[in-house]
Ligand binder design. Structure first.
Ligand SMILES: Nc1nc2c(ncn2[C@@H]2O[C@H](COP(=O)(O)OP(=O)(O)OP(=O)(O)O)[C@@H](O)[C@H]2O)c(=O)[nH]1
Ligand SMILES: [Mg+2]
Length: 383
């Protein structure tokens, strides 16, 4: 809540054995919340559950303050963080998709209120139909615009791919310390802040690893439990960047009391996005704050304990990253005619050259290559 500059003045919990269609929660609970709102002079109420458009309206009417649900709160946070044109477009798409789904709810709501089915279409419904068309058009327009920025991005990606530089993607629960770790790994300034979703745009930088020529690291948007589907679609571009990654660095905030739940939430999303085939290094961060006993509870490998803030364990992490890439490579022999010997310079920037020898008509190189590097250099591979 602090993320939108709000302060929590009270909270109530209700387990729902059954729900009330018009308001989700029962009238007793509503009364309790209403008193709480009055006592604390609260400005608005957030429900950690999905609400239909009709439920939002009904609850706001009864409680006499604006009511938002979990999805709207998260989109609101995203909206406040979005900096770039693309980030703003993504938020706009999420908002429109959310609005659209609520309109669908409103339509069903109005139908049930009229007590009718087919053949009882009222005036209100026509207005809603019009609204829906406007939103649908807007969604289509934003999608087109986003598609353009995506194409632009994939061209960038293609040029990076031309170099075949191995790519690590930082993933993890929001606020785990991905951006802080990114700047420690790449000796750069990356925007890190103690707020959820500080990073909305993917960002890629070079990292220097022991035993490996070049690799890049991409910082991404943080994950959360029950990620609203509207946001998954809207932030697809960010996720696509991770799609391309050779290795994932799953950053976990070990100091959080929720670290296991957060880790599970991220693991679930990794499976949902189909990234579970990728090698993953688990990075347990904020070890400066974590109690020592927590380390013993960690039984995930490969793993590294670090404190991005205090620059502890960063070299261990780099070593692990380098070793993993090495394990992903095989020895390949390449032959370069004298006329193309300048290519060896490009090769040396991408992979480790173990041996280089003059032959009569050219130069023979022995290099360590990843699968994608092998396919890129296939013309020169002699064995
Ligand atoms: N004590 C401590 N704090 C850390 C450490 N690493 C990061 N932080 C703090 O944790 C907060 C979140 O860090 P970020 O790097 O912005 O986290 P993030 O994962 O990029 O967050 P999102 O972009 O919002 O997903 C910041 O206040 C950091 O200073 C650490 O090792 N120890
Ligand atoms: Mg970040």
């Amino acid at each position: 809540m602090e993320s939108i500059g709000a302060e929590v003045v009270g909270s109530v919990v209700q387990r729902l054995p059954q729900w009330t269609p018009a308001t989700l929660i029962g009238s007793g609970k509503i009364e309790e919340i209403k008193n709480l709102v009055k006592d604390a002079s609260a400005n608005f109420v957030v429900l950690d559950h999905h609400l239909s458009g009709a439920q939002v309206r009904n609850l706001s009417e009864i409680l006499e303050v604006p009511v938002i649900d979990r999805t709207q709160l998260i989109i609101e946070i995203f909206a406040r963080r979005a900096q770039s044109h693309e980030g703003k477009l993504q938020v706009e798409l999420a908002q429109s998709l959310d609005q659209y789904s609520r309109q669908v709810g409103a339509w069903h709501g109005s139908l049930s209120r009229q007590g009718g089915g087919i053949g009882t279409r009222g005036l209100g419904e026509k207005a809603i139909e019009l609204d829906r068309r406007v939103i649908r058009n807007r969604i289509a327009k934003i999608r087109r615009e986003l598609e353009l920025t995506r194409q632009h991005r994939s061209q960038h990606r293609a040029s990076r791919r031309r170099n075949n530089i191995p790519n690590f993607a930082l993933i993890g629960y929001t606020n785990a310390g991905k951006s802080t770790l990114m700047s420690q790994l790449t000796n750069s300034e990356t925007f890190a802040a103690d707020q959820v979703f500080a990073t909305l745009d993917p960002l890629t930088r070079k990292v220097f690893l022991p035993n490996f020529p070049t690799a890049v690291v991409t910082d991404t948007v943080g994950f959360i439990r029950k990620l609203p589907t509207q946001l998954v679609e809207a932030f697809k571009a960010t996720l696509e960047e991770t799609d391309e990654a050779d290795v994932l660095l799953h950053v976990v905030d070990l100091s959080s009391t929720e670290w296991q739940t957060q880790m599970d939430a991220v693991n679930k999303l990794v499976i949902e996005f189909g990234w579970n085939e990728k090698p993953i290094i688990h990075v347990f961060n904020k070890s400066d704050l974590a109690t020592p006993d927590k380390k013993f509870k960690v039984n995930t490998y490969p793993r590294v304990f670090v404190s991005a803030l205090k620059h502890e364990g960063i070299d261990d992490l780099k070593k692990e990253m380098g070793q993993l890439l090495e394990r992903m490579t095989v020895e390949v022999e390449l032959f370069f005619n004298h006329s193309v010997s300048h290519k060896i310079f490009d090769l040396s920037r991408e992979c480790k050259i173990l041996k280089q020898e003059e032959a009569t008509k050219g130069i023979v190189c022995l290099a360590l290559m990843t699968a994608s590097q092998k396919s890129h250099w296939s013309d020169f591979i002699s064995r």
